[in-house]
Design a protein around this ligand. Structure first.
Ligand code: FAD
Length: 328
């Protein structure tokens, strides 16, 4: 009975959440005395198996097929579900990403098993995997387990688990898996990539986010400047997205992306429950708001009551000075 990690990858690179799951999976597999396996699906992805081994996988099930070049719900579900039926793992863990959420739901249905979504913690209790997940938009947490059904499945929020250092030279046994994608109903004609030098929102360690208090799209350049100095991603509230100031891909919250960076700087965001649902698991929250009663201050670790148009440029200048000094 093994613990499986779904190895999500993009543009020839493993997603950070895959490494986080491997690191956590390694600990759990050790405690359970089970093996840790990664499932790698795609076209020409075999080279990634070496990294999976270095980060803790004992085995890599490699399913390669030309038809699996791009993620499709049908193709990837058929391959992962068939493999799980054959091998009967104890658990399958996926990242709570757009792809992971889609695939996990389909595979769980196919296997007739339970799925805990959007988990922020994993532990063992009486030899069983117990998942921690936020409820009521992050106001409370439940501990949930998948009762008798096997495998127990879960999607885990990116950026909440740490990544342990890879062990150079550690390798995994690579097993060629059946890679028959079956009937694929989706046709992918083109993939339009956003070109950005910034980290992806869900994987970023630092996020600078702006809301309605930004007053207009032209003012986001203030956040861009701060983000450039900090190597951060830029996010937004739904109010800013609905106003057409920034694209929906930047939205953080219940109907946007869920993020857990080390540092989240909220500028001109009131802290509506739907926004908090997407960012309250950030490790450190800094809020800049001119209203001292704003709800965001209830979740903030540090709050600046002030006008963001004064505070943000000052922060940018101070961080720049600090980093310039460090480089000297
Ligand atoms: C079903 C549903 C789903 C939703 N999903 C989401 C979601 O995913 N994400 C999300 O964000 N929202 C979501 N919302 C909307 C949410 O309820 C709020 O309307 C939204 O988050 C408000 O955005 P905001 O904080 O930017 O704007 P506001 O609430 O208008 O707050 C603007 C803040 O800026 C401050 N401010 C103004 N000027 C300045 C200045 N110069 N300097 C400093 N501060 C200033 C103000 O004091 C105020 O606190 C959802 C709502 C519903 C009903």
């Amino acid at each position: 009975m093994a613990i499986w990690i779904y190895a999500e990858h993009k543009n020839g690179q493993l997603k950070k959440v895959t490494l986080e799951l491997l690191s956590e999976g390694r600990k759990l597999a050790g405690q359970l005395n089970e093996e840790l396996a990664a499932v790698l699906i795609g076209k020409d992805v075999a080279a990634l198996a070496a990294t999976l081994g270095e980060y803790g996988a004992d085995k890599v099930y490699l399913a390669e097929n030309d038809a699996l070049e791009n993620y499709t719900t049908d193709g990837y579900t058929n391959v992962l579900a068939a493999l799980a039926k054959e091998q009967q793992p104890a658990a399958i863990l996926l990242g709570c990403t757009v792809q992971g959420r889609d695939l996990a739901a389909q595979v769980a249905q196919r296997l007739g098993t339970g799925l805990c979504t959007d988990c922020t913690g994993l532990e063992l209790a009486d030899g069983r995997l117990v998942f921690t997940r936020p409820i009521y938009a992050g106001k409370a947490f439940v501990k949930a387990a998948v009762p008798e059904a096997r495998p127990a499945m879960a999607t885990v929020r990116p950026n909440v688990l740490g990544v342990t250092a890879p062990q150079a030279g550690r390798s995994a046994e690579v097993i060629k898996a059946d890679a028959q994608p079956g009937d694929i109903r989706q046709v992918i004609k083109d993939i339009v990539c956003q070109i950005s030098t910034r980290p992806e929102l869900t994987e970023a360690d630092i996020i600078v986010s702006g809301g309605r208090g930004m007053k207009g799209p032209e003012n986001y350049k203030l956040l861009d400047e701060l983000a450039d100095v900090l190597g951060a991603a830029v996010g937004a509230s739904r109010a800013a997205v609905d106003a057409g100031w920034v694209p929906q891909s930047m939205q953080v919250g219940q109907t946007g992306k869920t993020v857990s960076p080390v540092l989240y700087i909220a500028c001109g965001i009131s802290g509506a429950i739907q926004h908090l649902a997407g960012m309250s698991s950030s490790k450190c929250i800094v809020a800049i708001n001119k209203d001292p009663e704003a709800n965001i201050f209830k979740v903030a670790d540090y709050g600046v009551v002030g006008d963001l148009f004064e505070v943000v440029p000052l922060l940018t200048a101070e961080f720049k000075k600090m980093l310039d000094k460090e480089q000297c």
